[in-house]
Ligand binder design. Structure first.
Ligand code: PLP
Length: 391
């Protein structure tokens, strides 16, 4: 049988990301410093692990409602009432298989073949791939380092056509770490209202903001609660990527449709993980979260301090996330060449910026999801690489 002749357009068009490719290549070296994956080395708090184990021991291992445990959806509403000062009810919430599950279900719910979704570049690669998997067309709008990678609302507006269904925002951003300002969000909100476009606001890194930065949410702006589908996840805030729990909050009708689709894909998020997520909201204190955020802040500070001492490299201080987006333009190398040579020569794995769109090709992305000592060693090797390549 020729399986290739059976493969769908989705299967053929979607590529394995360079993030994964570099991660896989890195595994051939025993002494590699791996800066590729946004998968923190921190183990979840004992209370979270206990909650998952308790659920398993008590046999809470069956399916939940497709939209997720009512208790968890209620707790998510209470959390958002505090963090965003927005009132939602459980019928506005769907618990999903990670934030990724939530994003995919939104796209699947709104996209017909040929529909367009606008997103920023450099930006997280999976948005575009998911849109393509749903038969849609990702429309990528460049942002510039000189503007702090802020979205220019007029550029987003210029990209709108009669096929535009939604815009995607990601604040703080993977890969740049930048937080969208309230003024930018207000300009985008005005455009979204004027053109009747859904705003998909991916806020999975919202807890990871540094130096007192506040991450404004477009959902809180006047008239935007019903027009925004807010995506969040327990993966990054509580370091529980493998538990696979995220959620979407928004218009009841949209959530109902996403739930219908989830029934046919995964039925629900894993139940023991949902109990662990409930423990996050009920038992983890602000102090405990602040402690973890501080771990990532210290790592960021170490990385930024050291990388900016290397001639021909520069890096803006990311305001949030655990990523740093390092400018390699002065080396004259493409980001893929840089990443491959760095891996082969120094056994340091980074993600080539081209992964995040062609506007990312002057950059590499570093994930500070490893210890401070490993970060220091990684930067030492990058310095050695630069001395041998660019003297
Ligand atoms: N959104 C962004 C920008 C991400 O970087 C990620 C993961 O890396 C996700 C969403 C989804 O994470 P998860 O599915 O683990 O919640």
């Amino acid at each position: 049988m020729n399986i290739n002749s059976l493969l769908s357009r989705s299967a053929n068009s979607v590529q394995q990301s360079l993030t994964r490719r570099l991660f896989d290549l890195a595994s051939q070296y025993d002494d590699v410093i791996n800066f590729t994956l946004g998968d923190p080395d921190v183990v979840p708090a004992q209370k979270i692990r206990d909650a998952a184990c308790r659920a398993i021991q008590a046999g809470k291992t069956r399916y939940s409602a497709n939209a997720g445990l009512l208790e968890l959806r209620q707790a998510i509403c209470e959390d958002l009432a505090v963090s965003h000062k927005l009132n939602y009810t459980p019928s506005n919430v769907i618990v999903t298989v990670g934030g990724m599950g939530a994003l995919y279900l939104v796209f699947l719910s709104i996209i017909n073949s040929g529909d367009e979704v606008i997103m920023a570049s450099p930006g997280w690669v999976n948005y575009g791939q998911m849109v393509q998997m749903c038969g849609g067309v990702p429309v990528v709008v460049p942002t510039q380092e000189d503007d702090g990678f802020a979205i220019q609302a007029h550029a987003f507006e210029a990209a709108i056509t009669s096929r535009t269904k939604a815009i995607v925002l990601n604040t703080p951003s993977n890969p740049t770490g930048e937080i969208l300002s309230e003024a930018t969000l207000q300009a985008l909100a005005d455009i979204a209202k004027q053109h009747n476009i859904l705003v998909i606001s991916d806020e999975v890194y919202t807890a990871l903001a540094y130096d007192g930065a506040i991450v404004p949410s477009i959902a809180t702006l006047s008239g935007m609660q019903g027009q925004t589908i807010l995506i969040n996840s327990f993966s990054k805030k509580y370091s529980m990527t493998g538990y696979r729990v995220g959620y979407a909050v928004g218009d009841e009708e949209l959530i109902r449709n996403m739930t219908k689709l989830q029934e046919n894909i995964s039925a629900c998020a894993p139940l023991p993980s949902q109990y662990a997520a409930l423990a996050c909201l009920k038992e983890i204190t602000y102090e405990e979260i602040a402690e973890m955020v501080n771990v990532f802040k210290k790592r960021r500070d170490v990385f930024i301090e050291e990388i900016n001492q290397i001639p021909n490299l520069s890096c803006r201080i990311p305001q949030g996330t655990f990523y740093a987006f390092v400018n390699i333009q002065e080396t004259g190398m493409t980001s893929l060449d840089f990443a491959m040579a760095l891996l082969e020569q120094e056994h340091v794995a980074v993600v080539p910026g081209i992964t995040y769109g062609k506007d990312g090709d002057h950059y590499i992305r570093i994930a500070c999801t490893i210890s401070e000592d490993l970060i220091r060693e990684g930067v030492r090797r990058i310095k050695h690489f630069m001395q041998t390549r660019c003297h």
